[in-house]
Design a protein around this ligand. Structure first.
Ligand SMILES: [Zn+2]
Ligand SMILES: [Zn+2]
Length: 216
């Protein structure tokens, strides 16, 4: 979700029919071209089952149209104009309630990913491992961004990447395999190896680990 302006998440909408706080809901998906979109990704909907609009709606619709349905009161972000959403049961829209804090967190993650991708451009000249590592370790980041970051590991040539990469649980094992391959090349390039007993980095030609004193 690529949002930059999340101001609407701080809006408080109150239902004029029941005075209850309305829920922030994901707008239902509509097919492009059918002209039914609300022009907003979220809607504020009164989901109070004791709301008078909702309670009276069953009878009104039954009398007018002869079928079993009611209304929920709805407002768009940044608007207090009232809309009615037709619902067939009390649970409609309850599954699409959004926790604004989750959305803010998602957005923050996305903004950080975007910044890291930007910082990749100069990471080799600046010997800046931070954006490279950020992208590789961000399981929510775009796979192509993560692969691009992995491809720069060797050029950035910073051995401090090894610990965090080894300690990370990759959901995509192909990324993990790629990282392991690069770590091998990185160690070789710096004439280092990992102690098989304590995992500390030691010189390639060392026969005894200076950290755990084991013979290697
Ligand atoms: Zn209401
Ligand atoms: Zn050791």
């Amino acid at each position: 979700m690529a949002r930059t302006d999340l101001g609407y998440l701080n809006e408080i909408h109150t239902c004029p029919h029941c005075d209850q706080k309305m829920s922030c809901c994901e707008a239902p998906q509509v097919h492009v071209g059918d002209g039914l979109g609300w022009g907003s990704e979220i809607l504020y909907i009164c989901l109070n089952d004791y709301c008078s609009l909702f309670l009276n709606g069953w009878r009104n619709i039954e009398e007018k149209y002869g079928h079993h349905a009611s209304y929920r009161y709805m407002e768009l972000p940044d608007s207090t104009e009232g809309n009615f959403m037709m619902v067939g049961n009390a649970d409609a829209f309850k599954g699409s309630v959004i926790n604004p804090d989750d959305l803010k967190r998602q957005n923050q993650r996305y903004q950080q990913e975007k910044q890291a991708v930007k910082d990749l451009q100069n990471c080799v000249e600046e010997k800046n491992l931070a954006p490279v590592l950020h992208l590789i370790l961000d399981e929510g980041a775009d796979i192509s961004n993560r692969k691009q970051a992995i491809s720069l590991l060797l050029q950035v040539n910073d051995l401090s990447c090894i610990d965090p990469l080894r300690n990370h649980t990759f959901r995509d094992t192909s990324l993990e395999m790629e990282c392991n391959k690069i770590i091998g090349l990185l160690l070789k390039k710096n004439y280092m190896k990992e102690c098989p007993f304590c995992s500390h980095l030691i010189k390639m030609q060392a026969s005894k680990c200076m950290h755990c004193k084991e013979d290697v």
